[in-house]
Write a protein that binds this ligand. Structure first.
Ligand code: 5AD
Ligand code: SF4
Length: 456
């Protein structure tokens, strides 16, 4: 068998795309290998969201060129493929900067990998077409043993692209316009995953709650209706979705958090900043107070919901007072966790041309302060778990013999002592203590959605 090494950077959709590319290449006689050394094909699945992510790709490509040269000296041909969002944004420029790259393939063209690889024998090829066809219709389904090897939690892309055009963001340019997969296609994929043992699905999309797929009845279905359907798939005990835009949190979706026990009480809902002036400059289409009111409505529907967000510090024109508005919002909402970034100017986005770019030292200082507050709330959230019983989906062997590791409904890593339970079970766990990144506890009964409960 030929060997392929796939390395994905960036978001969960890249993880998903990486798996789908592995499925396609699997049909072409490739098996995955964990290291680039010895691989016949090396595929970098890249991220363009911030400048640092892009720099990483070129550093990595330099190393891969050396591997390719060394393998050639030993008589092994190695092909290097750049996929993902850098491929989309930079196209042929990648091969000008790194001539060792054989093929550049964008996120909407990777279903054509087999033909493109054949074409790339002896010459360089670039395919960054945006959809004229639905790539999903061309992707082979993974085999049950491949699904099992990937674990009991899986991502399923239901939506791709973005029409929101936040002023800082490259996504509308790299992933293209919003597209929703038809309901039947999503359900078939979830069924296949569930049959192979998947218990927890995360429906993903750059703007997932803008989902508007064609239903089996010919009507347009929103995300809430899709989740009601996915909840009917036997074996699926947990449903999550990410990433959402505040503007698209409609009543049905909020109600799904109240009505569907499979929908986990954890929501990633990026706000980006707390100042209305900055939110307007970012073209976020919501104010700080609109976000606060939205959170209130979600908490009314599902009082135990935990929230997470993304933040950008140092957006052009951000004053100290604007930044304090972000800190205030963080302290008011009390997020269970959050990601935070220094603004990175992206060529081609509207914010790149704005006056008032913020000096690096100011950004560093703001990020440090913000992360201190985020971490404070995360630790408080975790500490509040001690003494409580939470349902844990067991995902893998733990750090020590006799331990199993899993996830709480709130995406916290939990380690339990258990000799008897199995991966894929959901057990109720009493949390005894926390460390920086994990909760620890012991199991005391079967949890909601456990196989035992479902069989009953
Ligand atoms: N600079 C910094 N952070 C960014 N993000 C998106 N674009 C940029 C940028 N140009 C962040 C946003 C988004 C997350 C995925 O990445 O917070 O929600
Ligand atoms: Fe980017 Fe904004 Fe779309 Fe999210 S909603 S992908 S931040 S443009």
């Amino acid at each position: 068998m030929k060997k392929v090494h796939i390395k994905s950077f960036g978001c969960q959709m890249n993880v998903y795309d990486g798996q789908r590319m592995a499925d396609i290449l699997g049909e072409q006689g490739y098996e995955e290998t964990a290291t680039p050394e010895g691989a016949d094909l090396i595929l970098l699945n890249t991220c363009h969201i911030r400048d640092r992510a892009v720099q990483k790709v070129y550093t990595e490509l330099g190393k891969l060129r050396d591997i390719k040269t060394a393998q050639k000296a030993e008589g092994q041909e190695t092909k290097i493929v750049v996929a993902g969002c850098v491929a989309q944004a930079e196209g042929g420029e990648i091969q000008r900067r790194q001539p060792a790259v054989d093929l550049v393939v964008g996120p909407q063209a990777y279903h054509r990998l087999p033909e493109l690889l054949a074409e790339a024998a002896g010459k360089r090829v670039v395919d960054t077409d945006l959809p004229i066809e639905d790539k999903f219709g061309f992707l082979p389904a993974p085999k049950p043993q491949v699904i099992r090897a990937r674990g009991v939690s899986a991502f399923v892309t239901v939506q791709e692209g973005c029409d929101k055009f936040c002023a800082f963001c490259v996504v509308p340019y790299t992933r293209g316009a919003e597209f929703s997969r038809p309901v039947a296609q999503v359900v078939a994929e979830v069924e296949r995953l569930a049959e192979a043992g998947v218990r927890d699905v995360t429906l993903i999309g750059q703007n997932v709650n803008a989902y508007h797929g064609e239903g089996p009845d010919g009507a347009v279905w929103g995300l809430a209706r899709l989740m009601h359907r996915v909840a009917e798939v036997p074996g699926i005990a947990r449903i999550r979705y990410t990433t959402s835009h505040p503007r698209d949190m409609d009543d049905d979706l909020i109600a799904a958090h109240r009505d569907l026990p499979q929908v986990m009480p954890f929501l990633h809902l990026p706000v980006q900043a707390g100042s209305d002036r900055i939110l307007a400059a970012m073209n976020r289409k919501h104010t700080g107070d609109e976000y606060r009111r939205l959170i209130e409505r979600i908490r009314t529907a599902r009082p135990d919901i935990a929230l997470s967000s993304d933040f950008i510090v140092g957006f052009p024109g951000e004053t100290d007072a604007d930044f304090e508005d972000t800190i205030r919002l963080v302290d008011e909402i009390g997020f269970a966790s959050s990601y935070s970034f220094k603004y990175s100017s992206r060529p081609g986005t509207p914010a790149a041309d704005l006056d008032g770019q913020i000096p690096r030292a100011v950004m560093d200082e703001r990020l440090y302060r913000l992360q201190e507050r985020i971490e404070h709330h995360r630790q408080a959230f975790n500490a509040a778990m001690v003494g409580r019983a939470v349902d844990v989906l067991l995902e893998r062997a733990g750090r020590h013999p006799g331990q199993l590791a899993g996830k709480s409904p709130y995406l916290q890593a939990v380690q339990i002592d258990s000799e008897t339970n199995q991966i894929g079970d959901i057990v109720r766990v009493v949390i005894e203590r926390t460390s920086t990144n994990s909760l620890f506890g012991h199991k005391f009964e079967a949890g909601a959605g456990s196989r035992k409960e479902m069989a009953a």
